[in-house]
Design a protein around this ligand. Structure first.
Ligand code: PLP
Length: 359
């Protein structure tokens, strides 16, 4: 027996596990809990429409007449697939139910989907970004390149003359809060097609976008269905971080080496996944119902307002930041050339505020 050596490529501790550990240590020493501005968790409870739907689902499972076992399809429950497809059509994009794959959340899909591709592929990952992409590809033994996001490019890296096969994009971005416009996404789509690469487009925060120029889906860009897989989540939109439900779209038009990636992903899911919980899926379908959407509207406003409060506070103390407009995230420049690690500690110990260190 030999261990998977790729595990040794990972940092000793996942970023957010370390932040959680430091938060716990702080809590054990202080009476007042810290203000948590770190991991993208939600604070508002799940909307009543989803709570009722999940109650109904539990009731169904508790009676012989209405009991459900394994789901009928590897794609997910019909009710949820139809609601997701309808959502895309409201954005002017056609996505068939057989192109949607419901999962237990975006994090699993963002890593698992890379199983579609050979370990020999090169991966391009924005830096900084949600750390799960890097870890999943280190585990798969792939070569990794980074596209740097900084003040010089408005925290939105654009394609450069490098050869890469798998391109991760996160828009709106965690942690910088930057979001690509339609025109910028078109440049990525053209680049991916030219390179025969595949984009893994993480749209976990699409619900925070506003304005015509910021599409909620990469498929609003011409040609994207031939080169992009989109990964979405109910976590941020509907407070499902604990419930667990998300989905990915693998379009029919996505073909490489004469093979349909949609069909290959169907086969992979059948081999390794038995579906998201029926209860979560019924809750998610209710989130997308008219009533669910009506109830959700004020939640986004609440998180937007939090971002505004943080932005005003940072401005008032003269700290440079970016983001907070198309996303709940703000990315702050540490004062006096302090390292982000040192500033993270200073913020926690001095002000009782948990941030996320990064550079
Ligand atoms: N993608 C991004 C960019 C995130 O920030 C997060 C969570 O913070 C996720 C995906 C994970 O989403 P989920 O809860 O659906 O696994």
């Amino acid at each position: 027996m030999r261990l998977n050596e790729n595990l040794f490529r990972l940092k000793e501790e996942y970023l957010f596990s370390r932040v959680a550990r430091r938060t716990k240590e702080y809590e054990s020493r202080h009476k007042t809990p810290p203000v948590r501005l770190s991991i993208g968790d939600v604070t508002l409870p799940i909307v009543p429409a989803a709570v009722s739907a999940m109650r109904r689902a539990v009731e169904e499972l508790g009676h012989i007449e209405t009991f459900h076992g394994y789901g009928a399809s590897v794609h997910g429950e019909k009710e949820l697939l139809s609601a997701i497809s309808q959502r895309y059509s409201e954005w002017g994009v056609e996505v068939g139910e057989d192109e949607i794959f419901v999962s237990d959340g975006a994090k699993s899909d963002l890593g698992n989907l890379s199983e579609l591709f050979s370990g020999q592929n090169r991966v391009l990952i924005p830096d900084p970004v949600y750390p799960a992409y890097l870890d999943a590809n280190l585990l798969a033994g792939r070569e990794i390149l980074f596209s740097r996001a900084g003040e010089e490019n408005g925290f939105l890296p654009m394609p450069e003359e490098v050869r890469a096969d798998i391109l991760y994009l996160c828009s709106p971005n965690n942690p910088t809060g930057a979001a690509y416009t339609r025109e910028q996404l078109k440049v990525w789509v053209d680049y991916a097609k030219k390179q025969n690469a595949v984009i893994l487009f993480d749209a976990a925060y699409e619900c925070f976008l506003s304005g015509e120029n910021f599409p909620h889906t990469i498929y609003a860009v011409e040609g994207a269905k031939e080169c992009a897989i989109e990964i979405c989540s109910f976590s941020k939109m509907a407070g499902f971080t604990g419930v667990r439900c998300g989905y990915s779209v693998v379009p029919r038009a996505l073909v490489r080496e004469n093979r349909s990636l949609r069909r290959l992903w169907e086969r992979r899911q059948a081999a390794k996944f038995n579906g998201a919980s029926y209860i979560s899926q019924m809750g998610a379908a209710a989130v997308l119902s008219k009533e669910g959407q009506r109830q959700l509207a004020s939640r986004i406003g609440y998180y937007r307002n939090n971002a505004k409060i943080i932005a005003e506070c940072l401005s008032s103390v003269g700290l440079w930041y970016t983001g907070g407009a198309q996303s709940p995230y703000l990315w702050v420049k540490c004062p006096d050339n302090t390292s982000s690690e040192a500033f993270f500690e200073e913020l926690l110990e001095g002000a009782g505020v948990v941030g996320t260190p990064g550079s």
